[in-house]
Design a protein around this ligand. Structure first.
Ligand code: TPP
Length: 160
């Protein structure tokens, strides 16, 4: 019997697509930074791809996420355009924050990505404020705060 909580094949396919996009972007990040074309800090989300994929298929662009420096996967899953994301990492004017935020401060309100923070745990009070505002406005928006303490698995042999 299919439970109400079982994702449909369409949802599973959507999640698979998001995971593949995150993985490809991670591989590309390793290549670009290693080649020296861009000098930027990069925190690989390898091994955590399914978490934002499963969350984001239940959200719309109106819903908010607040994430942390190891959050590229959260941004991609939420729909931040890759071109703008990369432009921000490269410090370009076409970036999500006109190149002034950099990789640790990606913000893209159009897709609900409200903050990326380097301060451990600080996504929670910010998310709390957004959720409270939604409650006061009665706009039905959901808010997700990512603050996990996982890091990549030690057996993944990441280069950085
Ligand atoms: C409030 C605060 N204290 C200390 C730091 C310094 N710091 C940067 S990364 C980090 C480790 C965080 O570990 P974890 O949450 O497991 O994240 P990950 O290993 O995935 O990077 C610390 C303590 C910080 N950024 N913010």
């Amino acid at each position: 019997m299919t439970s109400q909580l079982t994702p449909t094949p369409e949802t599973l396919l959507e999640m698979y697509g998001i995971v593949a996009r995150i993985l490809k972007n991670d591989e590309h990040s390793h290549r670009v930074i290693k080649s020296g074309r861009i000098a930027a800090p990069y925190y690989s989300p390898r091994g955590q791809e399914i978490i934002p994929a499963a969350i984001s298929v239940n959200l719309t662009a109106r819903d908010y996420i607040c994430t942390i420096y190891r959050g590229t996967h959260d941004m991609i899953a939420k729909g931040v355009p890759l071109k703008e994301l990369w432009a921000e990492v490269a410090g370009r004017i076409t970036g999500t924050s006109k190149g002034k935020g950099g990789p640790m401060h990606i913000t893209h309100p159009a897709t609900g990505c409200m903050i990326t923070t380097g301060v451990v745990g600080s996504s929670m009070p910010i998310a709390n404020g957004l959720a409270w505002a939604s409650q006061l406005n009665g706009d039905g928006r959901g808010t997700i705060a990512n603050f996990r303490a996982l890091g990549p698995r030690p057996d993944m042999k990441l280069r950085f």
